[in-house]
Design a protein around this ligand. Structure first.
Ligand code: UD1
Length: 338
């Protein structure tokens, strides 16, 4: 069965392509390589011994998207990762983010809904909850006003899909709200490739560990948490990738009673910034150079998932520990810096 993966050369996309191919799906990737590289295809091939079809297309080019679907009439499902994701940049360039993340979703859905019986999985984020009032966060927690245009594109994206599903029962969709993805494939053939200075914690730690950065800045240690640093739910990217396969299978099997559903994808465990640093020090045997600095504006204090819905309905559970995820991130970082 043929599945389209947009953004399939990116961090989460590439790991999902591997899991899909390992489960027997035929994958077609669309990616514009704006934040990825065609070399990722070699890594995917090295792991799954299958080369996905790849088309370099920018989804903003509506005619090209239309032409793509005319040529691939046998696609049964789409997993849509392609999007811009830098929170700070989205504040500076809101229109770019709305164009990249919203227009492209609309063009895709226009093509998909022109066909019968289609499955669609959307990359959403726990950012839609903002600072939730209760931990762990369930899917029923209210969506809070977005802190950035990036976060807003995830909220609007979910609404666009939900509204479309309401009028089109042929469209079966799931939004997966990711917590904090980290790590790499254990083979170290694929992983995260941030361009420039990483904004996210784990790649900053591993880059500091290999000497590419002098020091990690810990953004605040005066939060109301046990050690004063912020708490997040860090999920191994391979576990996250597998969640896409089971979500897709639910849609393809028609097991979903409603044609639009949302699921949290996290481990259910919260870890503080200092605990993540300790994990790095444990698995690498190195002391990490870090200092405490001011809080980063826009950071929430604590976010970790209630994973009951995904556990019970999707039959999915994150299998890796923080240390296992950290080890994979560290192996990958050392490999690419050789
Ligand atoms: C960030 C985005 C979120 C996005 C997610 C994708 C912001 C405010 N939020 O989430 O919208 O969906 O990435 O993965 O950018 N930290 C440091 N030093 C650093 C980097 C991070 O102390 O150099 C701390 C942060 O304060 C935070 C934790 O590490 O407490 C995790 O930060 P990060 O990896 O950027 O993820 P989020 O902020 O949770």
């Amino acid at each position: 069965m043929k599945i389209l993966v947009t953004g399939g050369l990116g961090f989460i996309g590439s790991h999902t392509v591997v899991e899909l191919q390992n489960s027997g799906y035929e994958v077609v990737i669309i990616d514009d390589c704006s934040n990825s590289s065609e070399k990722v295809l070699d890594g995917i091939f090295a792991i799954s011994k299958k080369m996905p079809v790849f088309e370099k297309i920018n989804l903003r080019e509506k005619e090209k998207v239309h032409d793509f679907f005319k040529r691939h009439t046998d696609i049964k499902g789409t997993i849509h990762f392609a999007a811009s994701k830098a929170v700070g940049e989205s504040v500076e360039k809101p229109l770019l983010y709305y164009e990249n993340n919203i227009n492209t979703l609309i063009y895709l859905l226009q093509e998909i809904t022109a066909n019968k019986k289609q499955s669609f999985i959307f990359s959403s984020s726990c950012t839609v909850y903002g600072q939730a009032d209760q931990m762990p966060i369930t899917e029923d927690a209210p969506v809070k006003k977005a802190e950035s245009p990036y976060g807003n594109t995830k909220q609007i994206g979910e609404e666009i899909i939900s509204d479309t599903c309401r009028v089109d029962p042929e469209l079966q969709a799931i939004s997966l709200r990711y917590f904090n993805p980290m790590g790499a494939h254990p083979s170290a053939e694929i992983g995260e490739l941030p361009i420039g200075v990483p904004q996210n914690l784990v790649p900053f730690i591993t880059q500091t560990g290999v000497g590419l950065r002098d020091q990690l800045s810990v953004f605040g240690d005066d939060y109301p948490t046990p050690d004063g640093t912020c708490i997040r739910d860090y999920i191994h990217v391979v576990d996250l990738a597998k969640a896409h396969v089971v979500a897709l299978e639910r849609l393809l099997a028609g097991k979903n009673p409603q044609n639009y559903e949302v699921f949290n994808v996290g481990t259910g465990e919260g870890s503080s910034v200092l605990e993540v640093i300790s994990s790095f020090e444990r698995i690498s045997g190195k002391k990490l150079n870090y200092s405490i600095v001011e809080r980063r504006s826009g950071d929430i204090i604590t976010a970790y998932a209630d994973t009951k819905k995904a556990n019970e309905i999707l039959g999915w559970k994150a299998g890796s520990t923080l240390d296992q995820a950290m080890k994979s991130a560290w192996d990958w970082e050392r490999k690419i810096r050789k």
